[in-house]
Design a binder for this molecule. Sequence first.
Ligand SMILES: [Zn+2]
Length: 217
Amino acid sequence: MTFPESLLTGYGQYVEKGFVRYKETHEHLAIYGQEPKAMVISCCDSRVTPEGIFHAGPGELFVLRNVANLVPPFEETNGQHGTSAAIEYAVTALNVNHIVVMGHAKCGGVQAFRENANAPALKGDFIGRWIKLLEPAAISMACMPVDKLDDPQLAMEYAGVRQSLKNLMTFPFVSKFVEAGELAIHGAWFDIGSGELRVMDPSTQTFEVANAAVASK
Ligand SMILES: [Zn+2]
């Protein structure tokens, strides 16, 4: 099979419009390297694009995407921890000031976890084991239901973000920078259909509609 035509067409448009728009930024980034201030951990879901949602150009966001926007807890086993490696790089090498874990509506990973063994996605080798990271979230949700449970999918999506924030703090370098006031971690959730962003209030653990800061120009 040849390289997808739609991607080549998209690349053509990028060269004409996107790259030209950011030409100087690209040149600067190529010479001086990247200095993103924020890391966003988002789902692989094609409907949730962090750079699009936050209107960010090249060099502005350090983005990690995985199934169901999960952060595993810190562990020192010999596994190949792709998510943990990205977090380590963002915090210890790039010194980002913010990490945002962004969940989203209609998350297939969360849905597969909720459907348990009956979910077709869980028949493979990897997804089932990966989304087991949601187990503690399900337990804490059952013990302390801060969300109304009339929408169990939404409640689980929120709980997954909370659990990932908890897991983030198990990384020694994350907790060290957070305690030093040099790093803040945040929860967020994106509604695909309406484009609404909700941000977690750290004191109540509830998700509130974000106030968009409108640019003055
Ligand atoms: Zn998802």
